[in-house]
Each structure stands twice: as structure tokens, then as C-alpha cells.
Design a binder for this molecule. Structure first.
Ligand code: TZP
Ligand code: MG
Length: 221
């Protein structure tokens, strides 16, 4: 893959194979639990952590910044990439590695202009969205594709695309494809077999009773 960003001069450092997406709402608002969970997941081999606050009660910018800075410190120790969902200013302030945006968030062009050092991930749910995003591809580190399966974690999730939808998007994609939505240990193999370069999960890890084992089973080696 071409290196979308000068921050990392070695493209081998960019491993988008195994992403934990998580925020306080996924751990009952418990900061200590969030930090211990992320630490355990990083030690177990997660390659990207995406800090995502989407709860009905949104923490303030400063609260999110305090959390993000701790996450950055945890990720730094295991050389895990830290992405921030949506919030470019937070990603800059926390010195995160990247930002993940959806179709309705800041445009890729505006992020590149504002923070050229940030890696960018973009959510794609349909072939039409992929086609509409062609101009942005050279600036993207990866695309998050899904929901592949039904998810109960994201309330406003788009319709599921299934494994065949994933394969169709993968075949047309020119950047790494990270599958998301309802992925668990049992489904991970099928997701890779349908072309995914990596996967991203919330509940498979946040609800796991054995994070090390779960990450081993989820993540391609
Ligand atoms: N985007 C598409 S589905 C989803 C997001 C953030 C939620 C994934 O959560 P889970 O628990 O892995 O299905
Ligand atoms: Mg978003």
C-alpha cells in the first residue's frame, strides 16, 4: 500500500489488521475499566485503538482529551496506533495518530488541510459511497466497511452489507479494507476469507471474559 502520510516513514509500521473501537459508553462510563481494557487489548495484539464517544451523555472536550491522552500513553508503549472518531481537534490535541470519519463528518479534504500529519480512516457502507469517495482515496489510510453483520452496539447503523457486500467493496477498493459490524470470534475467519485486510470490533472485545484469547482469535497473524 502507498503510504498516505509522512508521519510514518516506514509503511510496515501501519498495520490496520485489528482494531478495537471503544469509548466510555461501552464500559459503563468507567474510566479505569476503559484504560485496563485498552491496555489488555494492546498487549494482546490489537494494532489500532479508535477512541469513540457516541453516548447520549457526551463527555466535555476536556474530559475526552484527558481520556485520549491516557489512551495515547497506553498505545505508545505497545506501538499501537491511536485513532479518534470524528473529532479532528481532539485528535490534534491528544497527539493521536489518526482520525476516523463517517460520511457525514468533516470532509477528508478539510482534514488534510487542517492536520496533514493525521492518518485518516473513512466509513464506507455502499459501493456508491466508495465511488463517491474516489478523489479522497490517496489521502486515506484505510476504509471502514460495514456493517457486515447486524450490530446492536451502534443504534443508527446503516443496513448490513453481508459478506458478499464486503467482498464487492474489497474488489473495488484501492486502500486497506477494515470490516466492521457484528464481527466476533466465530465470524472473523469468514470476514478475512471475503477479502478484509483487517477488522474492527466493539462488543467482541468489550464483552469478552478473556480479552487475550478473544484478540488472538480475532486477529490475523
Ligand atoms: N460502525 C458500523 S457498525 C459499528 C460501527 C461503529 C458498531 C460495531 O460494534 P460491534 O459491537 O462490533 O458490532
Ligand atoms: Mg462519525
Amino acid at each position: 500500500w502507498p503510504n498516505p502520510n509522512q508521519r510514518f516513514n516506514n509503511t510496515n509500521e501501519l498495520d490496520f489488521s485489528c482494531q478495537l473501537v471503544v469509548g466510555l459508553e461501552n464500559v459503563g462510563g468507567d474510566r479505569a475499566k476503559l484504560f485496563s481494557l485498552v491496555k489488555e487489548a494492546c498487549l494482546a495484539g490489537v494494532t489500532v485503538v479508535q477512541y469513540r464517544e457516541k453516548g447520549t451523555v457526551r463527555p466535555s472536550f476536556l474530559e475526552e482529551l484527558a481520556v485520549a491522552k491516557v489512551l495515547k500513553e497506553i498505545c505508545r508503549k505497545t506501538k499501537t496506533l491511536l485513532f479518534i472518531d470524528d473529532n479532528v481537534d481532539l485528535a490534534i490535541a491528544a497527539d493521536a495518530d489518526g482520525v476516523h470519519v463517517g460520511q457525514d463528518d468533516a470532509s477528508v479534504q478539510s482534514i488534510v488541510k487542517k492536520a496533514p500529519e493525521l492518518l485518516i480512516g473513512l466509513s464506507i457502507s455502499t459501493m456508491a459511497e466508495l465511488e463517491a469517495s474516489q478523489a479522497a482515496m490517496p489521502d486515506l489510510a484505510y476504509i471502514g466497511v460495514g456493517p457486515v453483520f447486524k450490530t446492536t452496539t451502534k443504534k443508527d447503523a446503516k443496513p448490513t452489507i453481508g459478506l458478499e457486500g464486503l467482498r464487492e467493496i474489497k474488489e473495488a477498493a484501492t486502500v486497506p479494507v477494515v470490516a466492521i459490524g457484528g464481527i466476533n470470534e466465530e465470524r472473523a475467519q469468514a470476514v478475512y476469507q471475503h477479502g478484509a485486510d483487517g477488522l474492527a470490533v466493539i462488543s467482541a472485545i468489550t464483552k469478552s471474559t478473556n480479552i487475550a484469547k478473544t484478540v488472538q482469535r480475532l486477529c490475523k497473524d
